[in-house]
Design a protein around this ligand. Structure first.
Ligand code: MLC
Ligand code: AMP
Length: 496
């Protein structure tokens, strides 16, 4: 393994009092014509705030508002508008198919859908949903200011997969987001001097909470590259002076495969990886090409980011560092008893602190199951903690939660989608280790021979969303089952 270059010291930072989530500018921070650049379009903060205020006027008083969350300035204005109005925002993946979006819209109780593509001459992309569609027009600006919502007001309802069933809505409050962003700003020395670059989707916490609300709260400029490609990250470094780069491990792996693009990040201040484990070889290659040890941080939709290495600390590969300010962690054995922090003994990571969710919407059963009797969140991730407090994530307790390209996918949800195809009699979905995606979704099916693999993957992509599609389909005559009829996934082999 090549020797990574030394970590870079952090420069002095321009810290302003953090902006409330609903404001786009920390007090006293000068505006900038390119404060936010999303997929090549730029805005200053004042114009963004005024466009968001116009959205806020439209949605004020609604129980929740959905956003077709394309990677666009309109999505940013829509989310900010909902936050200003104190209305829970439900970001919906723009590629979500009818099954998934119908569930999200129904379950969240969204009374309107903000659609970046909707206008006088263009029908909304999802006019069929039965939820009234509203436009997001950046040219429509309002000067209204709204009182900052209380910290226990729900800011976002983010849908995330469990092992079975449809995705659950995670209730995330203004206070939780603010606490997390402030703790991250401290850990990463993240300030108004930074230019944040990423191209992650705007419907999960990585791209939206950290990648948009984080930039607004700290006052750093944001360059969203539309897509998270190596070339676009390199271009953002060169054209915009990007200093802070976010990516999931798949993005860092692809950057490591493009040496010229990777070298363009040498002038950055901090590279951050998260949402899935960063393989040690990718860490080493990124370090060699860019001169930076990536920061690795760990989190979940339900807890936000809770553990991270730091800008001013060591960043050895394979560790996610220490709990953020305000967060406490512990390891528990299967029977709930404490596991020693000896760097060797594996336990389930449990977390506590101000960044935790306020529960799953409409799912008190699932909320209760996710919490211990004394109120800690059971992450379901297996970890070790060494005597110095360094955390290492070593796996997941449930094999039916798949992480592919940084997306969390429930095996059960994909199986249900496959089983709704008339040619499929049985289906079992697993995550198989994959060099680029971390895990690849593989579907074992008992199906009519006439249906093609492509038809089945397209069926899932169209009904759920593109990233939930199996990348491989394996035909079997029958699924291996135990005496009780339960599928034995460990016996499924992709070797053939
Ligand atoms: C392929 N495509 C299809 C298709 N097959 N379209 C329709 N039907 C099919 N059957 C199209 C797609 O629409 C897309 O088109 C193109 O093919 C590429 O899609 P892909 O192959 O799925 O993309 P891929 O290259 O694999 O994406 C890699 C990636 C992506 C890294 C860019 O996985 C990604 O964005 N990951 C980020 C996930 C993330 O943000 N997770 C954070 C969760 S929060 P087109 O036209 O669009 O190219 C979290 C907590 C924490 O985890 O700690 O952060
Ligand atoms: P999500 O709910 O999409 O937010 O996914 C959360 C899951 O991503 C966690 O439970 C972990 O399994 C995984 N994860 C996030 N960050 C890391 C990391 N740095 N290392 C390993 N796994 C991670």
């Amino acid at each position: 393994m090549p020797t990574p270059a030394p970590d870079h010291p952090s420069p002095p930072t321009a810290r302003f009092a953090p902006a409330p989530l609903c404001a786009a500018t920390p007090e006293g921070l000068p505006d900038h014509p390119d404060a936010l650049v999303v997929d090549g379009r730029a805005t200053d903060r004042a114009a963004l705030l005024a466009a968001a205020a116009a959205v806020a006027q439209d949605v004020r008083g609604l129980p929740a508002v959905a956003v077709r969350a394309t990677a666009s300035l309109e999505t940013v204005a829509a989310v900010l508008g909902g936050l200003q109005a104190g209305v829970p925002v439900v970001p919906v993946p723009p590629d979500s198919g009818p099954l998934e979006r119908a569930h999200i819209l129904r379950d969240s109780g969204a009374a309107a859908l903000l659609d970046p593509g909707f206008g006088p001459a263009t029908p909304g992309a999802w006019a069929d949903t039965g939820v009234p569609t509203l436009p997001i027009d950046l040219a429509r600006q309002a000067g209204t200011s709204f009182p900052a919502p209380a910290s226990d007001t729900v800011a976002l309802i983010l849908y995330t997969s469990g092992t079975t069933g449809a995705p659950k809505g995670v209730l995330t409050t203004h206070g939780a987001v603010a606490a997390d962003l402030d703790a991250l700003a401290t850990a990463w020395d993240w300030s108004a001097d930074d230019v944040l670059v990423h191209g992650l989707p705007l419907f999960h916490i990585h791209g939206l909470v950290l990648g948009v609300l984080g930039a607004l709260r700290t006052g750093s400029r944001l360059v969203h590259t539309g897509r998270p490609t190596a070339e676009r990250y390199a271009a953002a470094a060169e054209q915009h002076g990007g200093s802070l780069f976010f990516g999931v491990p798949t993005v860092w792996s692809r950057i490591a495969d493009e040496p010229a693009a990777a070298r363009a990040l040498r002038g950055a201040r901090l590279l951050v990886s998260g949402s899935a484990p960063l393989p040690a070889p990718v860490f080493a290659r990124v370090a060699e090409l860019t001169g930076h040890h990536p920061v690795e941080r760990y989190g979940m939709t339900e807890t936000l980011i809770t553990v991270s290495t730091r800008a001013d600390g060591e960043r050895p590969p394979g560790t996610v560092g220490h709990p953020l300010d305000g967060i406490t962690t512990r390891l528990a054995a299967e029977d709930g008893t404490p596991v020693p922090a000896d760097g060797r003994t594996i336990g389930e990571l449990q977390v506590s602190g101000p960044t935790l969710f306020a529960g799953y919407l409409n799912r008190p059963d699932a909320t209760a199951a996710a919490l211990t009797p004394d109120g800690w969140f059971r992450t379901g991730d297996l970890a070790t903690v060494d005597p110095d407090g360094r955390h290492r994530i070593v796996g997941r307790a449930a094999t039916d939660l798949i992480k592919s390209g940084g997306f969390r996918i429930g095996a059960g949800e994909v199986e249900d989608a496959l089983l709704s195809h008339p040619a499929v009699r049985e289906a079992a979905v697993v995550g198989v280790p994959h060099a680029d995606l971390g895990q690849e979704i593989v579907a074992f099916v008992v199906a009519e021979p006439a249906v093609t693999d492509r038809e089945l993957t397209d069926f899932v992509a169209a009904g759920l969303s593109v990233h939930k599609r199996p990348r491989r389909v394996v035909r079997v005559d029958a699924l291996p089952r135990n005496a009780l009829g339960k599928v034995q996934k460990k016996q499924l082999s992709t070797d053939a």
